[in-house]
Design a protein around this ligand. Structure first.
Ligand SMILES: [Zn+2]
Ligand SMILES: [Zn+2]
Length: 231
């Protein structure tokens, strides 16, 4: 991703969004630290409870990651890109705001205040903790085993943090050192293609790793596009 001037339409949207939505007290790095620390603390606390895990209990970790990859795909391809009753806020925040603030021609944030348009709001993390990780972890604890419950909670939080960190890295300036790391370079390109307005409804819905995109056939491939008109 080379640094190019931000298109005028995107610049206008960014300026309006910054004035109307990002309050003067907003601190991007505090937002990033909150997300990271809450997740890392939760993961450490949950893993600290695991005792002599058996092999099949450990298999729950990749199991949760595969499951979460499917949820990420369905959530992104579904309510984040199509207005659904009761979930309009997801569509609004993602398609109407995130995709207008960042396009394939302008992927990088300009200051830490723009993190508000990259990271999930802190309240969503608290909701995820209280309504997903904790109750489903408790269910695994009761129905399967104590280790399964703690490993579920740790894996769910791990996936949430992986999503946040990977998405964050895809919106870093191209001059950032992490942009040269092979895996990060691939994921940045993968997400950049998704930010092309003509492709966002069809391709690259995974953020962390494109497993579901590959299985469903929505993974964008450069060679497939050759010969097709863009747009
Ligand atoms: Zn994005
Ligand atoms: Zn999207």
């Amino acid at each position: 991703m080379e640094a190019r001037p931000v298109p005028r339409q995107v610049q206008t949207f960014r300026e309006e969004y910054r004035t109307q939505v990002i309050g003067p007290g907003y601190r991007g790095w505090a937002h990033f630290a909150f997300t990271s620390l809450v997740c890392l603390t939760g993961i450490a606390l949950a893993l600290g409870q695991v005792e002599a895990a058996r092999f099949w209990e450990l298999l729950g970790v990749p199991g949760v990651f595969v499951l979460a990859n499917g949820v990420e795909f369905l959530g992104h391809r579904g309510p984040m890109h199509h207005k659904r009753r009761g979930l309009g806020l997801l569509f609004e925040r993602h398609t109407a705001q995130h995709h207008r603030f960042f396009t394939h021609e302008a992927m990088a944030y300009e200051s830490s205040r723009d993190f508000k348009m990259v990271l999930f709001p802190p309240v969503l993390l608290l909701f995820f903790l209280g309504a997903v990780a904790a109750p489903l972890g408790a269910l695994c604890f009761l129905l399967i085993s104590a280790n399964a419950g703690w490993l579920f909670a740790a894996s769910a939080l791990g996936y949430y943090l992986a999503y946040e960190w990977v998405h964050f890295s895809t919106h870093l300036p191209s001059s950032h050192w992490s942009a040269r790391l092979p895996g990060v370079r691939f994921l940045r390109r993968h997400h950049q293609v998704h930010h092309d307005p003509s492709r966002m409804g069809h391709h690259n819905f995974n953020i962390t790793f494109p497993l579901a995109d590959r299985l469903v056939g929505t993974l964008w491939r450069e060679e497939r596009e050759k010969g097709r008109p863009s747009g």
